[in-house]
Design a protein around this ligand. Structure first.
Ligand code: URA
Length: 261
């Protein structure tokens, strides 16, 4: 990737119009790799560049005055989704998960499309009351690759069941989910790729497709009810223990490898 002007790098990362980005630099609000830079035309290699941008209150929606930023030409992040958030840009009843992200991630310009705003988008959706691992990216091909049922990327869910499964029924309960159950609107049975009852009320379910409310409907189809639902893994990528609910981070090279990217 050839070097780019700082104002263009900031623009491409979603810090606002080029003129706004040039202003941030001229006002001394931007440090590059730890050193202040007040020339918007100064050139840097963008990928992996560390920036600190000060004085963004109100525009990023964050309370702190500055934002430490690592530049990535294509954004791929993970979020530990808390309960009580919808995965929609225009939520109907609950706040949107996108409000948990800094504005640059939400208003990144669409690559190759002048003036269009793309921002990151969730790779598939989790229900409002579901918690756990959610990936978001601004790369349409990646969304397709990770979300399309054809690619069979596995997703692991920790399911809290309303009714304890009595031990004599455990094996048949698990077997029914592995064999496949019919969901109301779909003639083809959907099956779990893997299924384990860890305790009478804790089911671990692995799916490779992602139909609407699939876990809840599968559990209902075998006569139980989901009380809590948490996604712990996508592919071989586990939700890190140190990522608190509501926090996000970039995917590292090693994380991408765990997703087969
Ligand atoms: N299945 C569900 O029922 N809900 C989710 O949020 C994800 C999978």
């Amino acid at each position: 990737m050839p070097p780019m002007q700082l104002q263009d790098i900031l623009f491409g990362q979603g810090f606002g119009a080029r003129r706004v980005c040039a202003g941030l630099v001229q006002q001394g609000r931007v440090s590059v790799a730890g050193a202040a830079c007040i020339d918007p035309l100064a050139e840097f290699e963008p990928e992996g560049l560390h920036l600190r941008v000060e004085g963004l209150e109100g525009r990023t929606g964050l309370r702190e005055g500055g934002l430490d930023w690592v530049c990535h030409l294509s954004a791929l992040i993970m979020l530990n989704k808390p309960a009580g958030y919808e995965c929609s840009q225009k939520p109907s009843a609950w706040p949107s998960v996108y409000t948990l992200l800094p504005l640059p991630l939400r208003q990144r310009p669409a690559q190759g499309k002048k003036g269009a705003t793309a921002g990151v988008q969730a790779v598939g959706r989790l229900d409002q009351d579901t918690t756990g691992l959610l990936l978001l990216t601004d790369d349409g091909q990646l969304i397709h690759k990770l979300a399309s049922p054809r690619h069979k990327v596995s997703k692991v869910y920790e399911v809290g069941l309303k009714h304890p499964v009595p031990s004599p029924a455990e094996a048949s309960f698990v077997q029914r989910l592995l064999d496949g159950v019919v969901l109301d609107d779909d003639p083809h049975p959907v099956r779990a790729a893997a299924c384990e009852l860890l305790t009478p009320q804790h089911l671990r379910l692995t799916l490779t497709d992602g139909k609407y409310h699939q876990v809840k409907r599968m559990v209902a189809a075998v006569g139980n009810r989901v009380e809590t639902l948490h996604r712990s893994r996508i592919g071989a990528l586990q939700l890190p223990d140190d990522l608190a609910p509501g926090q996000w981070r970039w995917l590292e090279v090693a994380d991408r490898a765990l997703l087969g990217l």
